[in-house]
Design a protein around this ligand. Structure first.
Ligand code: HEC
Length: 132
């Protein structure tokens, strides 16, 4: 080991300096890349936090498209089987929850098919069809 130190010439030292510079140049973008990854991870967790409340609440639109469009149509106006145009309905959310839960005339009773929370969400969703 000692021999190496004794014999290391100035040119060897400068080669080592060059290698250090080269290493820094290659490492710099790598380190910056790591910083970028951390930032995108923060983005992802921020998005998850924003979406959580939506995921927890039943999706009224999705429920309507699954269970109600067969008679009411995608815009609530189809009126198949004597279904009323939901755009003209003047009933309150409470009355709609009651009607969706127990059914009326040819309309299916959704009690047992949908949870009370889902019925409330879909009843709330039908309010947006109001055309007046
Ligand atoms: C089998 C066909 C059918 C399906 C499926 C159906 N409905 Fe109906 N809906 C009807 C009919 C028929 C009426 C009118 C009932 C009456 O007054 O005699 C009606 C009426 C309504 C009304 C009352 C409108 C008013 O004037 O206040 C609401 C609200 C409603 N439906 C919401 C829904 C929702 C929400 C779903 C899905 C969860 C749904 N319906 C699924 C046939 C259906």
């Amino acid at each position: 080991m000692r021999e190496h130190l004794v014999y290391s010439s100035p040119s060897q030292v400068s080669t080592m300096k060059n290698m250090f510079i080269v290493a820094s140049v290659f490492l710099a973008p790598y380190l910056m890349g790591c910083g970028g990854e951390d930032a995108s991870k923060d983005d992802a967790s921020a998005k998850t936090q924003k979406e959580e409340p939506v995921a927890d609440a039943p999706d009224g639109e999705k429920i309507f498209r699954t269970y109600c469009v067969t008679c009411h149509g995608i815009d609530g106006k189809m009126g198949l089987n004597g279904a009323k145009d939901l755009g003209l309905a003047t009933t309150t959310v409470e009355e709609r929850i009651e009607q969706v839960t127990n059914g009326k005339g040819l309309m299916t009773a959704f009690e047992g098919i949908l949870t009370p929370e889902e019925i409330e969400a879909v009843a709330q969703y039908t309010l947006q069809f109001k055309t007046e």
